[in-house]
Design a binder for this molecule. Structure first.
Ligand SMILES: [Ca+2]
Ligand SMILES: [Ca+2]
Length: 422
């Protein structure tokens, strides 16, 4: 049965049930920050695949190279930035778009039988909370963040939440976990806290609503949204998730059930992310700029140099394929480029080709000359371009020819992202 049809049926059956009281007893767990009754927490309505809506933040939260002044607390076990995330099946991070802290991302539902769980959240600058956050971050990372002082925090708690499609014994399965976001306005951290994990997934995505198990266990991690930056808990999407409440990070001191992550600086898994200069797009370990202007060879070369980059040199079939893939979109949008300089010329010594980075040209290595093109070489034709209308094969032309200028591609190596926080 489709998810919407089940939803409508359940809504009819439950229409007469009163909404349960919000009086709950928060867990007593050393990892957890105070939540629920007695705090300033907002309690979200019982729901499936829903969201708190945008929660404005008095201090923007630095997240993987960006900064966000609003966040969304979502039913399915996550906090997101820029927009609500209401999907219930997660593709393994890293993925594009979703900017998400996934505490326990699966098909959670707090509206089985009126209410099956409580989602609480609040931002706070409470002195006791900030003092605790400060101490915990300093203790967890004494070498790197020993002088960190928290100025703002956000506490979101999924208390005794149930699963979508629960039946039989599945109606009693409950998970309790919490995300605490902490920042000093520059660095940021997330604390993932777990008290009780009784299910791994809801009944969607192949799951079993009676046992709360299935082939797609919850995802636990962070996704930067750019397809590269992410971090995953070692238990993510495994049956080890049941052990989250007892887990301690061998590298980071802290209470059982706690996972610490720094979140302002992009990482790729456990490695600092690579970044590109502004207006350059990253492909693997390199950064490209597909220029729409057409210039003479020396001007194009100078334009790349101005960015501290150089012409893209095609050294392999892989390079060529990567380029052609990028060029197809570039030239479709641009529509004008008939040729693209490739950074190869024999300008200095006639007959001796040199790549723009100084490497000698190797005729027995990768080439893509059009038939007869190289044989026409002479003292006037010194610069090589690839021709769109000839499947990007290589041709020679005058380096300066105002009637037939070319587009060009600048490239540079991506570099490791560095924090600007003190
Ligand atoms: Ca759900
Ligand atoms: Ca020549």
């Amino acid at each position: 049965m489709g998810k919407m049809r089940q939803f409508l049926l359940a809504s009819c059956l439950l229409g007469y049930l009163a909404v349960a009281s919000a009086q709950i007893t928060p867990v007593s767990n050393a990892a957890f920050y105070p939540y629920g009754p007695g705090t300033a927490d907002i309690l979200d309505p019982a729901a499936d695949d829903s969201s708190s809506g945008a929660q404005s933040l008095s201090t923007p939260f630095p997240f993987f190279g960006n900064s966000y002044s609003a966040l969304y607390v979502n039913t399915n076990g996550d906090i997101s930035f820029r927009s609500a995330v209401t999907g219930y099946t997660t593709n393994t991070f890293p993925v594009s778009r979703n900017r998400v802290l996934a505490a326990f991302f699966t098909d959670i539902k707090t509206s089985n039988g009126g209410r099956s769980g409580y989602i609480y959240h609040r931002e706070t600058t409470d002195a006791a909370i900030l003092a605790r956050a400060t101490t915990e971050i300093q203790t967890a990372f004494p070498a790197d963040h020993g002088s960190f002082v928290a100025t703002w925090a956000y506490v979101a708690t999924w208390h005794q939440v149930g699963i979508y499609g629960a039946t039989g014994g599945g109606l009693n399965l409950r998970n309790t976990f919490q995300l605490v976001l902490i920042t000093d306005g520059c660095k940021s951290f997330a604390l993932f806290n777990y008290d009780q994990i009784q299910f791994l997934q809801g009944s969607s995505s192949g799951g079993d609503g009676t046992t709360g198990t299935g082939p797609n266990p919850a995802q636990v991690g962070i996704n930067g949204g750019d397809r590269y930056a992410y971090s995953l808990h070692p238990y993510s999407k495994t049956t080890d998730l049941y052990n989250l409440p007892a887990w301690t990070d061998p590298a980071v001191p802290g209470p059982p059930g706690r996972w610490y992550r720094r979140t302002d600086l992009a990482t790729e898994g456990e490695i600092p992310a690579l970044v590109c200069p502004p207006s350059y797009k990253r492909r693997e370990e390199r950064c490209f700029k597909f220029n729409t202007r057409r210039l003479d060879y020396p001007d194009a070369k100078a334009d790349c140099a101005e960015d501290g980059t150089q012409f893209f040199n095609i050294r392999s079939q892989e390079d060529n394929e990567l380029l052609v893939k990028g060029l197809r979109r570039f030239l479709n949008n641009n529509g004008r480029g008939r040729g693209v300089w490739i950074g190869l010329s024999d300008e200095d010594t006639e007959g001796t080709f040199v790549w723009e980075d100084g490497t000698p040209y190797d005729p027995s290595g990768y080439t893509n000359w059009a038939s007869g093109a190289a044989a026409m070489n002479n003292g006037d034709l010194n610069c090589v371009y690839m021709k769109k209308t000839q499947r990007w094969q290589w041709y020679l032309q005058e380096c300066v020819k105002p009637m037939d200028r070319k587009t060009y591609i600048c490239v540079t190596d991506a570099v490791t992202a560095e924090s600007e926080c003190s």
